[in-house]
Write a protein that binds this ligand. Structure first.
Ligand SMILES: C[S@@+](CC[C@H](N)C(=O)[O-])C[C@H]1O[C@@H](n2cnc3c(N)ncnc32)[C@H](O)[C@@H]1O
Length: 379
């Protein structure tokens, strides 16, 4: 048996390499090791990686192997959790540590799967995962989209390829009642983490609203508004590719009017815009992935909020999000307070990633998407 002894109990499942004091049995990269405190107390079973700052990723607090039956058990448990909460067509099915499979993301897109790997332990077992997905769910395709900064940190090369089946031509999936064209885009394809927020914001809209879906990507928020109300939406994104997909999504949902599509940098657009909006949605990319760059990220939020507020009507709504772990809810509120000198806001909703990306108490890092829905208020 391969064992590793560590000098302190980890917060949860991530064990940084500076905690490791000794190894037994000669563990190699990706091997399953039994983790013990140096006083001899058993902690759990994890993947060992001597080439990463994360020396061990614990996948179970029991004495277990990461074998085919463990993989199937974990997939079934994760699937049932989502099914019981009412998730149906497209959602995140495996969310890494939270689903006891550290370094693995599996997103379900209709009858197909896209997965992403960012730990060596999963990397060397991914054929077992593909096999289990096939056996349990009989998908039409499985695509590997192993890109992103976490992969680099684990010293693993980028991979983006179809590993099973075929993606049908013009394949579409559904989020809530909206149809989306499937494509291999940012993340695993779509921002599934906003699926519940699309519905939460909807109930505040009214016919006649002028709405800015800034950072719209392929239109998640705006499509929901247009499908349910007689509104005008300005879709804006810096990526031309995502706007091409947006055009297809509008067509798929039978939306022919009530929108404008703008390919621009949001900061330029907001500086020059003349019209005011009833509803502005700010869902930017992570402005920082490290604590060191937090100050820059906060300055970017201040600028963004200041410009957006100046274009908000008297009793307009503002939804603002942060998907960076380091930019917290408090940071967002502080920024709004700071830049809205002559205005006051009321908080209508606290917003989080949808529940298919479970935020668990013992793994603080599992919460990354935070936001607020605010409304302009009298002083
Ligand atoms: C988190 S995603 C938005 C997801 C989208 N709200 C949804 O629900 O699918 C961020 C988007 O911002 C876009 N983006 C990044 N920098 C931008 C900028 N300076 N101006 C406009 N769009 C930008 C990216 O192309 C990406 O589509």
């Amino acid at each position: 048996m391969k064992k590793v002894y560590i000098k302190a109990f980890p917060e949860y499942s991530i064990v940084y390499d500076d905690l490791l004091v000794s190894r037994e049995g000669g563990p190699g990269p990706g091997d399953v090791v039994k983790v013990f405190h140096k006083n001899g107390k058993f902690i759990g079973s994890g993947f060992y990686n001597p080439h990463s700052k994360i020396g061990i990723r614990i996948f179970s607090f029991e004495d277990e192997d990461f074998d085919y039956s463990y993989i199937k058990k974990s997939l079934i448990r994760a699937y049932n959790y989502r099914k019981n909460l009412g998730f149906e067509n497209s959602y995140r099915m495996i969310y890494s540590e939270v689903d006891n499979m550290p370094g693995l993301i599996v997103d379900k897109y209709g009858d197909g799967f896209v997965f992403q790997v960012f730990s060596i332990g999963i990397e060397i077992r991914k054929n077992l995962i593909i096999q289990a997905l096939k056996e349990l769910f009989d998908p039409i395709f499985i695509y590997e989209k192993s890109t992103g900064h976490l992969r680099k940190m684990e010293n693993l090369p980028y991979i983006s390829k179809l590993v099973y089946g075929e993606i049908p031509k013009d394949y579409t999936i559904k989020i809530n009642d909206i149809k989306f064209k499937f494509f291999v885009g940012q993340k695993t394809s779509l921002f599934l983490d906003q699926s519940e927020n699309y519905l939460k914001l909807l109930k505040y809209a009214k016919d006649g609203f002028k709405i800015l879906d800034a950072f719209c990507y392929v239109g998640g928020f705006g499509l929901h508004f247009l499908k349910n109300y007689n509104v005008e939406v300005v879709f804006l994104d810096i990526s031309e590719t995502s706007l091409d997909i947006l055009r297809e999504n509008l067509r798929l949902n039978g939306i022919e009017k009530g929108y404008q599509i703008v390919n621009a940098d949001i900061f330029d657009y907001l500086k020059n815009a003349k019209e005011k909006f009833d509803f502005i949605i700010l869902d930017p990319p992570a402005f920082t992935r490290s604590k060191q760059k937090l100050e820059n990220a906060l300055r970017a939020y201040d600028r963004l909020h200041r410009l957006a507020i100046s274009l908000l009507k008297e009793d307009g709504f503002l939804a603002t999000f942060s998907c960076s772990f380091y930019v917290s809810q408090e940071h967002l509120l502080e920024s709004i307070k700071k830049v809205s000198k002559n205005t006051n806001f009321v908080v209508l909703e606290k917003l989080y990633q949808s529940k298919d990306h479970p935020w668990t108490l013992k793994f603080a890092e599992s919460l990354y998407l935070k936001g607020f829905l605010l409304k302009r208020f009298f002083h």
